[in-house]
Design a protein around this ligand. Structure first.
Ligand code: HEM
Length: 484
């Protein structure tokens, strides 16, 4: 771990030399930074320091270091860096991901709402599990009728689930308010505004005072358009529920419970907070779960030897009775093989700290290289291979605990991890039961190897083709009757 160096007290961490002012910026690729950072681990150890425009930036590349700092000393490392573009200018700092934790009642309140809607207890509740099974069947039906667009279906079904849970918005009536489009537009803005290195204003916050008409001010126009999309996401679903209440036909939902509890006495601040909560659900969920589902399909196309049989359509009840251990192992391997958030989200040191004799200054940005942790050959042998059985059997304890790193660490750990685990679990169990996933065969009978390539800060397999075919006849009627 120390790479032979003895830690010395009070000194700065090792790291690649940079240049004045911009530091190591030019050495970091625009895409898949985690690979470069994993390379640097080999040279500088599992805790090293780089500089981004003068900001000390600490990269943690082992489970030990990430848990020591971000969990054990979580009170020091639970803030986020200020994100000028996505957070301030577009407005996502009203949600959770960009909120500061220290002395921020809003942070605690948003985490509490997440816990209430999708904490471990809520995610074991039959009502929620039934909604997840129902939304999953809609994914299965789409795969049956239009298998080529599996990627789009995974996205739509994730959005539908959030809309159903939060607002009771029905997914089987064709999206009359166009909410899926509204969420997609806002989320596109979130992804673009959050792209590391894309916006100068993130590195030089004083640029935020440049007006939009000024040369170089085009980022302000981009921010305004993205902000307008975000405002729609705040307001339109919220107004939908209020109208349904007035019309006397609201579906059960998180927001309905909340409004009933307030009984017409909601303050403007409470209204804004609960709207921000709805948007926070998307910011965390809309890209990640579909990325995991698409990674799963890619893994199956690349590993046709993986098979799974279950009599009838698997349910959460089967899981809870301990019948689907192999599927649980598959889910974990999906988290590990292509972690959806390979660098997690950045944490900030809110005071000076010392670790292994090195100094970490207040204000340092701290990233856990989740990808490197999940591809550490000391924990996961042949880390590039997709091998679900690494979580089964006597020697699997370490793999089982380290794989949770896919959801981050400490006070900022992903609050959607239980619902995401449910979604991916039920999708994998049922898809493998009903469908064969194989490599694509072109018009001339040639097998087309899917290429394993990824894009984005939320890492998503690049578009690839495969065949998703029913394993047996009569799936349609099975799904329809079960659905009804
Ligand atoms: C494939 C599934 C998912 C993965 C791999 C994932 C991973 C992560 C990671 C690594 C973080 C950063 C944790 C840290 O700072 O240490 C995070 C934060 C977050 N996730 Fe997830 N996530 C997933 C699904 C979801 C879902 C479904 C939701 C909501 C519906 C969600 C909501 C959030 C939110 C709001 C945060 C920010 C929390 C905070 O800053 O306090 N995530 N997630």
């Amino acid at each position: 771990i120390y790479h032979g160096r003895q830690p010395r007290k009070g000194v700065g961490l090792p790291g690649p030399p940079g240049v004045p002012i911009i530091g190591n910026v030019l050495q970091i690729p625009k895409d898949r930074q985690w690979l470069k950072w994993a390379e640097w681990k080999e040279k500088y150890g599992d805790v090293y320091r780089i500089s981004i425009f003068g900001t000390p930036t600490i990269i943690l590349s082992s489970f030990q270091a990430a848990t020591d700092l971000l969990e054990t000393r979580g009170n020091i490392y639970s803030d986020r860096p200020t994100a000028t573009m996505a957070g301030e200018l577009v407005g996502w700092s009203r949600g959770l991901g960009y909120a500061q934790a220290s002395n921020n009642p809003r942070f605690r309140e948003l985490r509490r709402l997440f816990h209430q809607l999708m904490g471990p207890r809520a995610c074991a509740d039959d009502n929620l599990l039934n909604i997840q099974e129902r939304e999953n069947k809609s994914l299965l039906r789409k795969l049956l009728t239009d298998p080529e667009n599996f990627d789009a279906h995974a996205r739509e079904c994730t959005s539908s689930l959030i809309l159903a849970l939060t607002y009771g918005y029905p997914s089987n009536t064709g999206d009359p308010l166009g909410l899926i489009k509204i969420t997609e537009d806002a989320m596109h803005g979130f992804a673009v505004a959050s792209e590391p290195g894309k916006w100068w204003v993130d590195s030089v916050p004083a640029l935020k005072y440049i007006p939009s008409w000024f040369p170089g001010g085009s980022f302000q126009r981009a921010a305004q358009a993205m902000r307008a999309d975000l405002n729609k996401l705040f307001e339109i679903p919220y107004q939908f529920v209020k109208k349904e209440i007035t019309a006397g036909r609201p579906n059960p939902s998180f927001l309905l419970d909340h409004l009933e509890e307030k009984n017409g006495h909601e303050t403007a601040e409470e209204e804004e907070l609960v709207q921000a909560f709805g948007a926070a659900l998307y910011s965390g969920g809309a890209e990640t779960t579909p990325s995991a589902l698409t990674s799963f399909i890619l893994a199956m196309a690349l590993n046709p030897q993986i098979r799974f049989y279950h009599p009838g359509l698997p349910t959460f009840k089967d899981r809870d009775e301990g019948k689907l251990l192999y599927v649980s192992a598959l889910v974990k391997e999906v988290w590990r093989w292509n972690p959806s958030v390979p660098l997690g989200l950045p944490h900030v040191a809110s005071e000076d700290d010392e670790y292994r004799g090195y100094t970490i200054e207040k204000g340092s940005v701290v990233w856990a290289n989740v990808w490197a942790i999940l591809h550490d050959p000391a924990v996961f042998s042949s880390p590039h291979k997709f091998q679900p059985d690494r979580y089964l059997g006597a020697a699997s304890e370490q793999a089982n605990s380290v794989v949770a790193s896919a959801f981050g660490f400490g006070r900022r750990i992903c609050p959607g991890m239980h619902i995401a685990s449910n979604s991916v679990f039920i999708a994998i169990a049922t898809i493998l039961t009903l469908f064969r996933i194989e490599k694509y065969v072109d018009g001339e009978g040639r097998v087309v190897e899917p290429v394993e390539e990824y894009d984005g800060f939320i890492s998503h397999p690049r578009a690839f083709k495969c065949r998703i075919e029913p394993r047996f006849e009569g799936i349609e009627s099975l799904l329809t009757s079960e659905f009804e």
